[in-house]
Structures are given as structure tokens and as C-alpha cells.
Design a protein around this ligand. Structure first.
Ligand code: NAG
Length: 490
């Protein structure tokens, strides 16, 4: 019986959460309860009704060592680093992607504008709901007023009768007078005061709308002009961040890079300090400021904020961004490339996973992921899948060899061709989903870490998840992916 009740509660909670908007989850608090069934990530097969084939031909990452890179000279013989000069270059930002360069370099109010517009719609609805109520109230008070008038009249009538036969009617008249007085008071004070209260509510809402309208107008003006930021682009450039490092760009900041002459240069954030530098940031989550629930085109071209300027004058604070699978593929196909995935939980603990070889195949293959050579302490999600799961269930969560999927482009390994079975639709971001994941770095950002099935839009573990470290129901505070040409160090 108890189990039944719990089941019912789970079902109810799941049903209730269906009504939530994507951005409502922050305000919903659902207590931890028995619905948590531990590991998720996979989509178990329905016995006898379907089968799972892990039938992808898994390509090997690029490893050939005819690589132009040799290890850097020993630090002792290293020349004194020449501090690169910076040139001031105004950068276009704004509501839209103003140029072929990706991302905005400064935040503006456009997100706020959307929120405000949404709120305005709600308030307008409330008002239109209130209006008929006010109308009804005034109408009913009018009716009562009429009734009172007619009573007054009959009272006068009775008084006339009373004159003739006062003794008999006195008592009755008193009663009528009492009632009359009571009703009159009601009509004169309580009804108008109710209406006043409603009027007050309306006025209040009206003034709120005015404020919202002003804010929207201001935002509209702000958003018309692309916001500009003086993000100095360092003179030192290169094919990627290791190249930039070797040319003297040894500060971690935004750089303009050009992997080959046939493509336009683009901006990236280079981490030149951690793990001996030369790391090019391809993915970054750190505060939930950028929406990662995006379509194929965005994931292909990239989105988000490369870097922000701090007081020193360089754009040395990375933002949240996805470089774009097109560029990631281009960069990783230039030669053997390693990837470093660093992550942090909400208590400040940090772990990392590193793959010695990392290649993202071309668009023709839907950007198949190929990795090899794990090291680190976060757990090998890409090659092993989730260690909380077993057998087929675990195999379903391996990412190596998978194509890239977004909610509008289903290339995953969960019943291909069935639109009701798409990992990216349920798990929040674009990723190399299998059936479905053990790692979900582009998932939804949950502040605080722990989240529940009920908070998730589809009841799945759609957070920023790395299962082999924190399990399905913990969304990381920060995660980033950095790449660097692989070279055998001394
Ligand atoms: C796979 O997962 C399903 C449900 O999550 C479970 O019933 C089944 O026993 C699992 N299979 C294995 C081999 O662990």
C-alpha cells in the first residue's frame, strides 16, 4: 500500500512538472524523495519489444606522429618572454551575431528584454482576468442598490400605513428599518471598499506595466545599437593556442587565431597557465549565464561569450561558450590532439579527465567523436560509460564513436529514426549522445548541484553531469574542455 502511494506521488509529481516552462525550474522546490532511483543516463530496452545495437564502427583518433610539434625547450634555456603588445580594436557585439566572429563580448540586456516581455504578457493576462470580476462586482452592487431603493420606497409606503395603524405595525417597521440600515451600510461601505481594493490592485498592476514598458523601451534602444567593448586583441596570434604560446602569448586571455589560411581568423580563449599552457578552450560552463539548449546550427557554428574584460585591460576572464563543432573538427584534424576536461563541484572540489588523442570527424560524418588514452581522476566516461550501470546499460552510455546530436538533429543511438526517442530533446544540450550519456557537459545548469527527476523537464538526468564522478543527479558548478596539439614531452 505504501509503495503504491509513493508510486502515485511520483507519477503525480511527474505529471505536475509537465506544466513547467523551461526557465521555471529555479523557483520550484521539490523535496528529495523516493523517486530517486540512482543511476540514469541510459534508456533500458523494453524486453521482447526492442533491441539495442552498439553497431557503430568506431574510428580511431588521429595519432600519426609526423607532427610538426616537438616538445618545448627546457624551461632553463627559455628566452625571456617578450610581453606581447596589445592593439585596441573595437569589437562589435549586440543582440545578433554581428560578424562572422562568434559570440558577444559583452553582455547586454537582450536576455532581460525577453524575460520582461514574458512577464508583461503574464500581467496583461491577470488584468484581463480581473476586469470581468470588477465589472461583476460593480454590477451586483448596483443590483443591491436598486433593491435598497425599492425597500426604501416600501418603507415609505409602510410608514404611510403606520400612520393609520401605527400600533400594529411599529414592531414590524422597526425590523424593516434595522434590515434596511444594515443593507444600506453594506452597500455604502463594504461594496465600495471591495471595489476600491480591486481598483488599487488594478492601478498597481497598471503602474507595474508602465515600468515594464519603460524598461522594455530602454532595452529596445540599447539592443538596437550593438554594445561595444574595448576588448584589446593581442598582436600575437597563431594557428592555435600552443602556437600562440610559442610566439610569446603566455598570458591566459582571448586571442585571435587562424588554423589555416583558407579560413577567417576567429576568437578563442587560451589557457596559457594551467598544465603548462597552450590549451584552447572549446567548451566552458561556469555560471549558467548562457543557454546551452540550442539547435544544430548554433552547435555547428558556436555560441556564447569568449571572454570578458577585467580591470587589467585584457579579456582574461573566460565566459561560457561552445566553440562550435565545425571549428573543433577543423582544429582536431590538423594533427594529434589531446583534450583536457576539468570540472568543479559546488564545494570547490576539482577533478579532471584527459584523453591523449581526441579527434572530431568532419561534418559529413556528423562530427563523430574519437578518443583514446584516458588519464585523470574524474572517471573515463567517454570510453567506459557509466560505472554505475552494467552490461548493455553501461554500453549505452559510452560516447566514443558517437555522432553529434541536437534537439533538432537526431544522430544518436537510441532507436534511430524514432522522433519520440531523442536523447538531446530530453537531456538538454547538444552532445555525442549514445542511448544516452554518462557525461553531459552541455546539459542544463542547476544552481547548487543536487537536482531531482521532478525538477528536470523530462524527468531525465539533464544536468551538467559527469556520472563517474558525481552520479546522475548532481549538476556540476563548472566544467570546461580544452584542446592542445599532442606532442611527446621530454
Ligand atoms: C538495465 O537497466 C534496467 C532498468 O534501469 C534494469 O531493469 C536492468 O536490470 C538493467 N540491466 C543490467 C544488465 O543491469
Amino acid at each position: 500500500m505504501r509503495t503504491l502511494l509513493v508510486l502515485y506521488l511520483c507519477a503525480y509529481a511527474a505529471w505536475a512538472s509537465d506544466d513547467l516552462e523551461y526557465d521555471d525550474y529555479g523557483s520550484v522546490s521539490v523535496p528529495q524523495n523516493h523517486c530517486q532511483l540512482g543511476a540514469r543516463g541510459h534508456r533500458p530496452v523494453l524486453k521482447g519489444r526492442e533491441t539495442y545495437h552498439h553497431n557503430r564502427r568506431v574510428p580511431a583518433p588521429i595519432k600519426d606522429s609526423s607532427n610538426k610539434y616537438h616538445s618545448r625547450p627546457a624551461t632553463g634555456r627559455e628566452e625571456k618572454p617578450t610581453r606581447p603588445e596589445a592593439v585596441e580594436q573595437l569589437d562589435l557585439g549586440g543582440c545578433t551575431h554581428a560578424s562572422q566572429e562568434m559570440g558577444l563580448l559583452c553582455p547586454n540586456g537582450c536576455e532581460l528584454k525577453t524575460t520582461l516581455l514574458k512577464q508583461e504578457r503574464n500581467v496583461r493576462m491577470t488584468i484581463s482576468q480581473l476586469k470581468p470580476e470588477v465589472r461583476d462586482l460593480s454590477r451586483s452592487s448596483n443590483t443591491i442598490h436598486d433593491r435598497v431603493s425599492s425597500m426604501s420606497q416600501s418603507l415609505r409606503e409602510r410608514q404611510r400605513v403606520t400612520d393609520e395603524n401605527s400600533r400594529v405595525v411599529t414592531q414590524y417597521t422597526n425590523q424593516v428599518e434595522e434590515q434596511h440600515a444594515y443593507i444600506k451600510e453594506t452597500v455604502d461601505t463594504i461594496f465600495p471598499s471591495n471595489i476600491r481594493v480591486l481598483q488599487g490592485v488594478l492601478d498597481n498592476i497598471r503602474s507595474k506595466i508602465e515600468k515594464l514598458e519603460k524598461a522594455i523601451a530602454a532595452q529596445t534602444v540599447d539592443c538596437r545599437e550593438p554594445c561595444t567593448t574595448k576588448c584589446p586583441i593581442p598582436v600575437v596570434s597563431g594557428k592555435e593556442c600552443e602556437d600562440v604560446y610559442r610566439r610569446g602569448g603566455k598570458d591566459s586571455q582571448m586571442y585571435l587565431i587562424q588554423p589555416d589560411q583558407s579560413t577567417l581568423p576567429f576568437k578563442v580563449f587560451c589557457d596559457q597557465t594551467g598544465h603548462s599552457g597552450g590549451w584552447l578552450l572549446i567548451q566552458s560552463r561556469l555560471d549558467g549565464s548562457v543557454d546551452f539548449g540550442r539547435r544544430w546550427d548554433d552547435y555547428r557554428r558556436g555560441f556564447g561569450n569568449i571572454a570578458f574584460r577585467t580591470q587589467k585591460g585584457y579579456c582574461e576572464t573566460p565566459g561560457e561558450y561552445w566553440l562550435g563543432v565545425d571549428r573543433i573538427s577543423q582544429l582536431t584534424k590538423m594533427g594529434p590532439t589531446e583534450v583536457l576536461i576539468e570540472m568543479q563541484d559546488w564545494t570547490g572540489d576539482k577533478v579532471h579527465a584527459k584523453y591523449r588523442h581526441f579527434t572530431v570527424q568532419s561534418e559529413q560524418t556528423n562530427y563523430v567523436l574519437a578518443v583514446e588514452g584516458y588519464s585523470g581522476n574524474a572517471g573515463n566516461c567517454f570510453l567506459d560509460g557509466s560505472l554505475e550501470l552494467f552490461g548493455e546499460n553501461r554500453t549505452m552510455t559510452i560516447h566514443n564513436g558517437m555522432m553529434f546530436s541536437t534537439y533538432d538533429r537526431d544522430n544518436d543511438n537510441w532507436t534511430p529514426g524514432d522522433p519520440s526517442k531523442q536523447c538531446s530533446k530530453e537531456d538538454g544540450g547538444g552532445w555525442w549522445y549514445n542511448r544516452c550519456h554518462s557525461a553531459n557537459p552541455n546539459g542544463r545548469y542547476y544552481i547548487g548541484g543536487s537536482y531531482t527527476k521532478q525538477m528536470a523537464k523530462h524527468g531525465t538526468d539533464d544536468g551538467v553531469v559527469w556520472m563517474n564522478w558525481k552520479g546522475s543527479w548532481y549538476s556540476l558548478k563548472a566544467i570546461s574542455m580544452k584542446i592542445k596539439p599532442y606532442f611527446i614531452s621530454r
